[in-house]
Design a protein around this ligand. Sequence first.
Ligand code: NDP
Length: 246
Amino acid sequence: MQSRVALVTGGTGGIGTSIIKRLAAAGHKVATNYRDEGRARAWQEKMKAEGVEVTMAPGDVTSPEQAESMVREIERQLGPIEILVNNAGITRDTTFHRMKPDQWNDVICTNLNSVYNVTRPVIEGMRERKWGRIIQISSINGLKGQYGQANYAAAKAGMHGFTISLARENARLGITVNTISPGYVATDMVMAVPEEVRAKIVADIPTGRLGEPDEIAYAVAFLVDEQAGWITGSNLDINGGHHMGW
Ligand code: NDP
């Protein structure tokens, strides 16, 4: 197994932390961005105590300039980025008829524009070196929609169009581009949902439980593997059977 340089945006979050650990365990050099230096350093120390060295660079993924400087800083420290996981994301839930421009724009900028901002400074190097793995962390709700999430579902659905276009443009250059669409995973994002709403969601999941962050990370490790070179333009649903078919 070749050791690669991997950037996971939003690596300090629930799913991101598991992806970082999985990729590090597979022998890759791992990096992520941060916005709050104090919180980031505390997280980095915790990772170190668990034996995981994470390179960190400041960067808000909604800003093209910050995303580019974050990429360049990581490349300065570790070398060219070969694996990119676009994982940073937020929710600002409300029904559409109440949705304020900020609630729309924040979610589109963080979940979709970020994909442009971070992938753009990474893709040319991958094309030159003729190897790359790009994965978008989308959502079950980008496929089936969700009450109160017109902004989030629009951004997450947009990731699919991005993925299949980028996959076509780069398929002959050894670069695979795929999307993972998790269902409801037990992270802060989902635990913030009121308990009675969460109970209804769980009752609707055929496996009868929320997903674990590591179950998403497992799929990322699968898609970045050298042997996954013919998997491109795919979407991998990981949702306990919550949404099946097309
Ligand atoms: P968390 O809230 O735990 O983590 C989100 C991460 O994104 C944090 O590290 C956060 O950093 C970072 N982030 C948010 N905004 C920005 C920004 N503007 N610039 C840089 N970093 C930013 O979320 P999860 O781990 O639960 O979710 C990870 C991804 O998985 C998201 O894209 C989410 O939409 C998706 N997903 C999650 C599901 C779930 O059930 N949890 C289900 C389906 C999809 P900071 O600490 O600075 O805020």
